[in-house]
Design a protein around this ligand. Structure first.
Ligand code: 5AD
Ligand code: SF4
Length: 466
């Protein structure tokens, strides 16, 4: 979602004359968009800020006649620690949370006024803080998608895009900061999502990933005041000509309704890949996490999805070492993973987050134990990913070629199952759908070769190739 927010900030800034720079060194403004989900992510912010401070000082010394770069911190660390951050880093100009970036032009005008006052030479920043949760939704104030904003410069490749449809969360899992930093659950109106998707498609996007912290809880208002669930929204988006692929993330296992299960069986544009975080396989730990399902419920959802769409690839999130997790609890997680067989997954050591209930629990698991369990879980998940990749060898898959490879003459595309596939192909094929035969499987990617004819007139035909 930070990638999406960053792209939208670029849309907000484009009318002011800003465009993406190649790096911070020569930029007029640097915005660090930050993540607070685990301690490690939050810590990175302060080391990065140290570098930015040096850069600002160097620039002021080297180019005394040029205005110093505007330094800003955005995102959830800003939201959670805004005032403290300004105290620790007085050279910052702006600190703002994820719900106020539509107000960036005003904030920049205030920085310019402050710089006019002290001639911008003191090295002190303007110190503007905006971490409100405004009553008005930022989406109502964001401009249209600006052409070229999705050109891959620090954001994303031109033919794939993220699109936030839902934000915030009311689930209050006991380990998670999201309900506090992103705020309460909010769904964008259906028409606004359709409109933004059409804008993306007309600027060259072929694949859209619908985003939300709890995306399958989506309940947007339709044009007649009716309620659209995620399945309805997907069905409507699938009607947009030129859009070839739809994905969505991240889902909560409790919020898959019947229509959402079913649409995986009949919407050709909906890709056969689902990220469905389990977090743990132990019912005791799942209850302590306030997840609202058991391991058996999770497995039942997976089995139903596989009945409806047998080739669906599953991904997940896991936390090891949640407070009170015993060896038996951890073994239950390993058992769940063995039973589900993931195509890929993310796994993390539990990280106590300030303000969350789990951080106050007494039976915190020692760090060495968390690390050791994480290693065991990751070894199992890696084996599963490799097995999943190996079974692709010899198959033909439709790819959307979305970026250049490491070598000249090489392109990379995504399979329907989210695997990166490397192949030799001419650069004109970038942004196009092609059919590829998989020739080799690696740990994190596949290799393939083009099947002739490389291009089909009708991309929908390619979506049917399995
Ligand atoms: N510690 C470790 N992992 C966490 N996640 C969320 N909060 C924490 C935490 N406190 C993980 C969850 C979630 C993913 C986005 O990050 O697995 O699904
Ligand atoms: Fe955090 Fe996801 Fe739980 Fe919401 S559902 S509180 S975003 S882990």
């Amino acid at each position: 979602m930070n990638v999406y927010d960053t792209a939208r900030m670029a849309d907000v800034l484009a009318p002011l004359g800003y465009s993406a720079a190649d790096g911070p060194e020569d930029a007029d403004m640097v915005i660090l968009n930050t993540c607070h989900i685990r301690e490690k992510a939050a810590e990175k912010v302060y080391s990065e800020l140290g570098r930015l401070r040096q850069m600002k000082e160097q620039r002021m010394a080297d180019e005394p006649d040029r205005a110093p770069p505007v330094l800003a911190v955005a995102g959830c660390v800003a939201q959670a620690e805004g005032a403290e951050m300004l105290a620790r880093a007085p050279f910052l100009d702006i600190v703002f949370g994820p719900q106020t970036y539509h107000r960036l032009p005003e904030m920049i005008a205030r920085v310019e006024r402050a710089a006019g006052n002290n001639k911008g030479k003191s090295g002190r920043g303007a110190g503007i803080l905006d971490t409100e949760f405004p009553a008005e939704a930022k989406f109502d104030h964001l401009p249209k998608v600006s052409p070229g904003a999705r050109d891959g410069k620090g954001t994303m490749a031109g033919c794939t895009a993220f699109l936030t449809i839902q934000e915030g969360c009311d689930k209050f899992c006991t380990f998670c900061v999201v309900p506090y930093t992103r705020g309460v659950e909010f769904s964008r109106p259906g028409q606004a999502v359709l409109e933004e998707c059409r804008q993306l498609v007309s600027s060259g996007v072929r694949e859209v990933t619908l985003l939300g912290q709890n995306v399958n809880a989506y309940h947007g208002t339709g044009p007649d005041g009716d309620n659209w669930d995620l399945a309805e929204l997907i069905a409507r988006l699938a009607g947009i000509d030129g859009l070839a692929r739809i994905r969505y993330t991240t889902s909560h296992p409790r919020d898959i309704n019947d229509r959402l299960f079913d649409i995986h069986g009949h919407c050709e544009k909906l890709m056969p890949y689902l990220h469905l975080p389990a977090q743990s396989g132990s019912d005791r730990i799942l209850a302590a996490m306030n997840r609202g399902y058991t391991a058996a419920d999770y497995q039942a959802a997976v089995a139903r999805l596989r009945r409806i769409r047998p080739d669906i690839a599953l991904s997940g999130d896991f936390i090891v070492g949640f407070p009170g997790e015993s060896e038996a609890d951890f073994e239950a997680t390993m058992e769940l993973v063995r039973a589900v067989k993931y195509a890929q997954a993310y796994s993390f050591k539990y990280s106590p987050r300030p303000g969350t209930p789990a951080a106050l629990l007494e039976d915190q698991v020692p760090d060495e134990m968390r690390s050791e369990r994480l290693q065991r879980l990751q070894a199992l998940l890696d084996d599963q990913q490799q097995a999943f990749n190996r079974q692709m060898v010899g198959k033909r898959l439709p790819l959307l070629l979305d970026r250049g490879g490491r070598r000249p003459g090489q392109l990379v595309g995504r399979s329907p199952y989210m695997q990166a596939v490397h192949l030799d192909a001419s650069v004109e094929l970038l942004g196009r759908m092609v059919e590829v035969e998989i020739t080799a499987a690696h740990a994190n990617s596949l290799a393939g070769q083009l099947v002739e004819p490389a291009l089909h007139r009708n991309p929908r035909q390619l979506e049917r190739v399995r």
